[in-house]
Design a protein around this ligand. Structure first.
Ligand SMILES: [Zn+2]
Ligand SMILES: [Zn+2]
Length: 307
């Protein structure tokens, strides 16, 4: 049976969020601007939920003015590989320990404290930097970046799909990890480039619960109008609030990143055969904006193939 995490969810409260921000000018922050300026600008463009995730530095939201936004504590575990620990209460690792086990410990600690761990930019600084062997032996993270405004340009020649290879690899191995969009904000030109639309009330607990359930999608400008399964038909429809174009390119992608179907139209349908394992949808519009859904997934496939 295929599960669509957003079935009948699109009418509920929705939060625009980015959990990957470097801000502040203290040691280790990697930020270039004052926290207050960064939060003010995110608020001005309509975000409702943020996390300051400085490198190996847990930032307590109680220490600054949140300007009415839902600020979730967190940090970016930073070694050879990076991991946003959203909702973390402690940093339980030795920064001098650069082993892969240290990253897993950071992920497990974050999750045990009620948080949500997101593997960052798996294809940066080069494609498959976070390689298949690493992915096979490392657990604990439930999200993986499929859009990162600061690093994706480095794999630009291979196109957007190259940024999603690691997610397809994990999904194809039966590991249900959700795709997350991030600005990885360092400079103003990263602001509001790619975000998550999360169907939840705006509290840290509700946001993290919805993330764990995959009740969100990733966008750089398009809005999801419908994502539904009726009998065996997967139906997707988006709109572009910043333009009047009403034709989009829908790519239905299955196991191992295989392209199952392309549709150029206002909306698109895909008939589920039953042997896909999962199907996720990428939507592009002529202006360059993109929308990435979570996979609709076959519960039997993930039960049988989880390694
Ligand atoms: Zn990073
Ligand atoms: Zn970062």
């Amino acid at each position: 049976m295929f599960v669509n995490t957003l079935q009948n969810k699109l009418r509920g409260p929705c939060q625009r969020s980015n959990f990957h921000i470097h801000a502040g000018t203290g040691p280790g922050t990697c930020g270039a601007y004052a926290i207050d300026d960064v939060i003010s600008n995110y608020k001005a463009v309509g975000y409702t939920c943020l996390c300051l995730s400085n490198h190996n530095l847990l930032t307590d939201p109680a220490t600054f003015d949140n300007r009415g936004l839902n600020m979730i504590p967190g940090y970016e575990y930073t070694s050879d590989k990076h991991l946003v620990c959203l909702g973390a209460k402690t940093m339980a690792f030795d920064p001098a320990d650069t082993s892969d086990e240290a990253l897993q410990k950071a992920a497990e600690t974050c999750v045990s404290e009620g948080g949500f761990a997101i593997l960052c930019h798996p294809h940066w600084p080069e494609e498959w930097h976070t390689g298949r062997e690493f992915l096979d032996r490392t657990f604990g993270f439930e999200g993986i970046e499929v859009f990162n405004a600061a690093t994706d340009r480095d794999v630009g020649a291979k196109g957007r799909t190259a940024c999603m290879n690691a997610q397809d690899y994990l999904l194809s191995r039966g590991r249900l990890v959700w795709g997350v969009g991030s600005d990885d904000f360092h400079r103003w030109w990263h602001l509001a480039a790619g975000w998550n639309m999360i169907y939840a009330d705006n509290t840290p607990e509700a946001i993290i619960k919805a993330l764990k359930a995959g009740e969100f999608y990733v966008s750089s400008g398009l809005r999801l109008m419908d994502l539904s399964i009726i009998e065996d038909r997967l139906h997707v429809e988006v709109c572009n609030p910043s333009g009047y174009v009403d034709e989009y390119r829908y790519r239905f992608v299955g196991r191992h990143g295989r392209l199952l179907k392309t549709v150029e139209s206002a909306s698109a349908d895909y008939m589920l055969c039953g042997d896909e394992g999962y199907v996720r949808v990428e939507v592009y519009c002529p202006g360059g904006n993109v929308l990435l859904t979570q996979p609709v997934y076959d519960t039997e496939f993930f039960k049988e193939n989880n390694k």
